[in-house]
Design a protein around this ligand. Structure first.
Ligand code: FES
Length: 190
């Protein structure tokens, strides 16, 4: 067999998919760049997987954590790093709700709306945050305040149903949240 005709399943997948355009435009991030030390960490991480493609979620998490969202440039960068087509990365960004396609605020308020929290007034807390921050209480998806400070978003179960209602502000969990506690959380962000 001519060695030039040999291709891995990964390369074949990427080759087919590379012809598929990204269906919806992602947010542009013209100044997107990944610092050398982050590239080194991610490249090392990729070596832990039998196929580069398997590291896709890890790279997306790293980008989301650093930039707060995943832009078109980020998708293309990850795809190139993993020898995939951008569509292979894009489909993950649109499937998993933890990846954001728009920039998020400096403080990201995630409010659980699953049953235990819903029964204990998490909708009222969401409404309260939205009104205080000038956002639409009936809006769908993540909303960011005009000053770029806060993003408010409903999420599903945050795995602390016994202490509902629960919210997460960046990496900090707050349990048994009342409207009074909600105000204190906002105050603590200033
Ligand atoms: S239902 Fe809200 S933490 Fe589980």
């Amino acid at each position: 067999m001519n060695p030039q005709t040999i291709s891995t399943p990964q390369a074949a997948d990427a080759g087919t998919a590379s012809a598929i355009p990204i269906p919806n435009p992602l947010c542009e991030q013209p100044d997107f760049s990944v610092p050398a030390e982050m590239v080194a960490v991610l490249d090392e991480l990729i070596t832990h997987y039998p196929r580069k493609r398997s590291a896709s979620l890890m790279l997306l998490h790293a980008v989301e954590e650093r930039y707060g969202y995943v832009s078109r440039q980020a998708v293309e960068w990850i795809a190139a790093r993993l020898e995939l087509a951008p569509i292979n990365v894009y489909e993950l960004v649109t499937f998993y709700p933890m990846f954001h396609r728009q920039p998020t605020g400096r403080f990201h308020l995630r409010i659980c709306r699953t049953l235990s929290c819903a029964l204990r007034d998490s909708y009222k807390i969401h409404d309260h945050f939205c009104r205080k921050l000038g956002l639409d209480p009936h809006g769908h998806g993540a909303q960011t305040s005009k000053d770029g400070m806060f993003t408010v978003e409903f999420v599903e179960c945050l795995a602390s149903c016994g202490t509902a209602p629960v919210i997460q502000c960046n990496d900090t969990f707050h349990e048994e949240v009342t409207l009074e506690k909600a105000d204190k959380i906002l105050e603590g962000c200033k």
